[in-house]
Write a protein that binds this ligand. Structure first.
Ligand SMILES: NC(=O)c1ccc[n+]([C@@H]2O[C@H](COP(=O)([O-])OP(=O)(O)OC[C@H]3O[C@@H](n4cnc5c(N)ncnc54)[C@H](O)[C@@H]3O)[C@@H](O)[C@H]2O)c1
Length: 269
């Protein structure tokens, strides 16, 4: 415990108690960090974030992650509230209007496509660029973004989010270089198992795929809670030389070809 004692962090994306970011915020608080929570203004209306805010005594600063003025306000106010530069940032943001509207990959709406990319990938660049120009992050700060293996391999149901995640991981590498050189700041993405959250469950066929991934992975699907544990280690000083990586947190899914369990299920059909 106390891996983050004295550290100041910004955590985006806590929508409800299922959100990966919600678990990260709870654990970061338990490990001694002081936190500011942020989410899109529309998420405030749902109100649940206020429960988390009260529980971990963290202020909320609404920010649409596609808006540079909102992000500028977020980093300005966070430094005021936390009384210093920021030591860690969680980017836990994803949304595709094409997925929401169930449009097939072969017939996407291109305005929606741009929105998917802007919200789910470019927002990381905007966050980092705002922080870079304001010099809002401390030396050896750590930034983690959440990704999915559809960035590397095709998952038909993941639709245009596949491109968004590929771009997100590329920004991790590119900005990781520049921020590493400038201030020894590290940037990584965590490629997480399918997880039962609002974003996850919004994907068509998610339930069946969740069961399949669980049966393939030798350790089973990684939960939101264990993902949060992993994020805490990446924010801590114990992983100071890890940067520009896409790190699989998936119970072994990404390196398993097939499992006996899945073979047996197919044989029984
Ligand atoms: N659930 C999964 O199966 C899974 C697997 C791998 C990676 N991820 C990734 O984890 C991250 C968190 O998702 P989650 O599964 O916890 O679901 P979630 O729905 O709880 O979180 C997604 C968050 O994105 C926020 N958001 C959407 N548009 C925004 C905007 N314009 N500005 C600011 N915030 C905005 C939402 O309000 C929400 O809090 C996402 O990047 C998601 O792609 C999820």
């Amino acid at each position: 415990m106390n891996l983050l004692k004295g550290k100041r962090g910004i955590i985006s994306g806590a929508l409800d108690s299922n959100s990966i970011a919600w678990k990260v915020a709870e654990k970061a608080h338990a490990h001694g960090a002081q936190i500011v929570l942020t989410n899109a203004p529309i998420a405030m209306r749902m109100g649940e974030i206020k429960v988390l805010s009260a529980k971990i005594k963290a202020e909320i600063i609404p920010a649409d992650a596609t808006s540079v003025p909102d992000l500028t306000n977020l980093f300005t106010k966070s430094q005021e509230i936390l009384e210093g530069k920021i030591d860690f940032v969680l980017h836990s943001i994803g949304m595709s209007p094409n997925v929401r509207k169930n449009l097939p990959y072969t017939d996407l709406n291109y305005d929606f496509y741009m929105k998917s990319i802007d919200i789910s990938a470019m927002s990381l660049h905007k966050m980092l660029s705002v922080a870079y120009k304001m010099d809002a992050l401390s030396e050896w700060a750590s930034v983690v973004a959440l990704s999915y293996i559809a960035a590397q391999r095709t998952y038909p149901f993941y639709n245009d989010m596949a491109e968004a995640k590929a771009m997100l991981e590329s920004i991790v590498r590119s900005f990781g270089y520049h921020y590493g050189k400038a201030k020894k700041i590290r940037i990584n993405s965590v490629s997480q198992s399918p997880t039962k959250t609002t974003a996850g469950s919004g994907i068509k066929g998610f339930g069946d795929f969740y069961t399949y991934a669980d049966a393939i992975s030798p350790l089973g699907n990684a939960s939101a809670e264990s993902c949060a544990d992993y994020c805490i280690t990446l924010f801590s000083d114990l992983t100071r030389m890890v940067t520009m990586q896409n790190l699989y947190h998936d119970g072994g899914y990404s390196t398993t070809g097939v499992s006996n369990e899945v073979m047996e299920k197919l044989a029984n059909n």
